[in-house]
Write a protein that binds this ligand. Structure first.
Ligand SMILES: *Cc1c(COP(=O)(O)O)cnc(C)c1O
Length: 357
């Protein structure tokens, strides 16, 4: 089978080494003559995996003292309600940015818990930019922001300065570049975009912020309980944590987050350079807010759709159809996507232009 260039938005591409490591461990874990998924999560072999994964998260992101790193379940979508449950006081207010589908889902869940003030929105231009220069009320229990809007292809380049605790959904750009964890009280991310497979969700929570809502919180939804049990309050998603550990090790081996950021920048420059140069296409997002992870673009002439679709399909490109809310195309260039795949797409776009010139 020839190589597929996988631009899927999520779940998405993983490095071949990670896929092989995962497959091997399902067959035979360490020298136990047992599969990874048929041994106790409390045995020393799996405990070592979980500790290694958490250790790699701390190392790669330089997580400071005073934060707990947890692997939870329920996806980023469960974090939409766990965050207000744990951090929004009865009768309190939380500030949110509305930068698209995922942000809106977070707002919808939070509204079940208290007053939600949407302090900035990009809805007026179908979320093709990141709002800036807004005010976060000082009395808010927290401020929620989505760092990368997977569907629209916008990315926050600079987080607002505020004394209000910041909660950030980093599902689609975590580990893609350096971040200063100390600026955030909570960071969460579903693992299936940049750091593994679906089934595990990463949460990094400032210890002093835990249980700040003062509510009675059911155990499975309580960060403090998960943190105190080192993500083993109940049976953790052992396979997903193992894959994440392999992915984190892969990131470390290729040079860590700084190197990954360089690679992502090069891929994004190649991709957007071609979208801007090519007379057949145009980008949909404001230049300064363009995501390095998800590049969205449209055809100038929609009647050429079938022809372009046939060309990239023939080049073994997969997953560049845009989200139904945006249309057009979306090339997702997560950490594991090699620049060679971007070059293949760019070459197809060039050929498409020359055929139509
Ligand atoms: C994919 C995605 C989600 C949803 O994640 P699930 O793990 O499917 O719940 C939330 N936020 C962002 C920014 C995403 O890209």
């Amino acid at each position: 089978m020839s190589k597929v260039h996988n631009f899927s938005a999520g779940p998405c591409i993983l490095p071949p080494e990670v896929l092989k490591g995962a497959a091997d461990a399902v067959g035979q874990f360490n020298d136990l003559n047992l599969s990874l998924i048929e041994v106790s999560h409390r045995g020393k072999d799996f405990i070592a995996v979980a500790e290694k994964a958490v250790g790699l998260v701390k190392e790669l992101l330089e997580v400071p003292e005073g934060y707990s790193v947890m692997y939870l379940q329920g996806g980023a979508s469960l974090q939409f309600l766990m965050t207000p449950y744990n951090f929004l006081k009865e009768g309190g207010t939380a500030a949110y940015t509305n930068t698209g589908t995922w942000a809106k889902k977070a707002i919808k869940e939070a509204k079940l818990f208290g007053n939600i003030e949407v302090v900035a929105s990009s809805e007026d231009r179908n979320h093709t930019y990141i709002p800036k220069g807004y005010t976060i009320p000082e009395n808010a229990d927290y401020f929620h922001i989505t760092s990368n809007n997977t569907i629209y292809g916008t990315q926050v380049m600079e987080f607002p300065e505020t004394s209000v605790p910041i909660i950030c959904d980093m599902s689609s750009d975590i580990f893609s570049k350096k971040i200063d964890v100390s600026k955030f009280d909570v960071i969460y991310a579903g693992a299936q975009k940049n750091m593994g497979t679906a089934g595990a969700t990463l949460a990094i929570v400032k210890d002093s912020f835990m249980e700040s809502s003062g509510r009675a919180i059911p155990s499975m939804l309580n960060y403090k309980i998960h943190a105190s049990k080192e993500s083993m309050f109940n049976t953790p998603p052992v396979f997903a944590i193992y894959v994440s550990m392999l992915m984190l090790q892969w990131m470390k081996d290729i040079g860590g987050v700084e190197k990954i950021a360089e690679m992502n920048k090069a891929k994004a420059e190649l991709m957007y350079g071609e979208i801007d140069r090519n007379s057949m296409f145009k980008a949909v997002v404001d230049v300064e807010d363009r995501s390095e992870m998800n590049a969205t673009f449209v055809l100038n002439d929609d009647s050429k759709q079938d022809e372009f679709n046939a060309m990239w399909t023939a080049a073994n490109i997969s997953g560049i159809k845009g989200h139904r809310d945006v249309g057009g195309y979306r090339a997702s260039m997560y950490n594991a996507l090699p620049i060679e795949s971007v070059q293949v797409l760019v070459d197809v776009m060039k050929e498409f232009e020359s055929k139509n010139a």
